[in-house]
Design a binder for this molecule. Structure first.
Ligand SMILES: Nc1ncnc2c1ncn2[C@@H]1O[C@H](COP(=O)(O)OP(=O)(O)OP(=O)(O)O)[C@@H](O)[C@H]1O
Ligand SMILES: O=P(O)(O)OC[C@H]1O[C@H](OP(=O)(O)OP(=O)(O)O)[C@H](O)[C@@H]1O
Length: 218
């Protein structure tokens, strides 16, 4: 019998979880109990491969991985940039594609052009700060929101927002538009730096298998 320890995965709840599990299934890693939508269980085990999975709030995934509570995490690039944790980003999984953008009413274009001291609402204050202060050298006031960020300019809380744009329909339906693109985003696999050394073989094999599968799909 092997003395293998469990390799633990933290997966972001929500949009990315289903796609992540589908991808794992394609390379032969299944976790049947995780598919039960009614379960309140938090940790799921695959005994065959000695794997454990848990679902966490997206922004907590890099935290679990940095502290080694999970060896591996799957989370959006936006969350990696915002949380700025000590983790290795090892793979772009190619799904969950969207863009981080500065958005607002068309009238805000002038404010951006003239580097005015504007108000920026965002669920991603660190990304917004990095973009305006370090990339654009523009002083702005950043207001942290926790969702429905498009409300910001609509109710005159802010001049613009920094938020995720996928199809653009939320913007369109609210009379807003993309004013500047901050960066492209997609789901990424992250690894704890110590696990990367201690479990190098297993992690390398897993990353290799996923990479092959992604090539087949492309
Ligand atoms: N249209 C989209 N809106 C938001 N995130 C998207 C979109 N398309 C892809 N993503 C990616 O999916 C990830 C998870 O998004 P999701 O909305 O499920 O989680 P969350 O924003 O952390 O959760 P919550 O909305 O419950 O606070 C995002 O971090 C982003 O990388
Ligand atoms: O370009 P679209 O396809 O319209 O997608 C983008 C929208 O989806 C996300 O919101 P989410 O549904 O996560 O809700 P939230 O506003 O509560 O964060 C994001 O914050 C945008 O509002």
């Amino acid at each position: 019998m092997s003395e293998e320890r469990y390799l633990t995965f933290a997966l972001g709840k929500g949009r990315l979880a289903k796609k992540t599990l589908e991808l794992f299934e394609q390379i032969g890693i299944t976790c049947e109990e995780m598919k039960d939508k009614d379960t309140r269980k938090l940790i799921f085990v695959n005994e065959e491969y000695k794997l454990r999975f848990f679902l966490a709030k997206g922004p907590d995934v890099p935290t679990y991985v940095e502290y080694g509570a999970a060896d591996i995490g799957v989370v959006g690039k936006d969350t990696i940039l915002e949380e700025n944790r000590n983790v290795y980003e090892v793979l772009d999984l190619g799904f969950g594609k969207c863009r981080m953008c500065v958005c607002g009413p068309a009238s805000a274009r002038e404010l951006l052009k003239h580097h005015e001291r504007i108000r920026v609402a965002s669920k991603y204050p660190n990304i917004a700060r990095e973009y305006f202060y370090n990339k654009k050298h523009q002083t702005v006031d950043i207001i942290k929101l926790n969702g429905s960020v498009e409300l910001g300019p609509l109710v005159e809380l802010s001049d613009v927002i920094v938020d995720i744009v996928e199809t653009g329909s939320t913007l369109r339906e609210n009379g807003l538009e993309v004013l500047e693109e901050v960066c492209p985003l997609s789901a990424r696999m992250i690894v704890n730096p110590v696990s990367m050394q201690m479990e190098a073989d297993r992690i390398r094999k897993l990353v290799g298998a996923i990479r092959e599968q992604l090539k087949i799909q492309a």
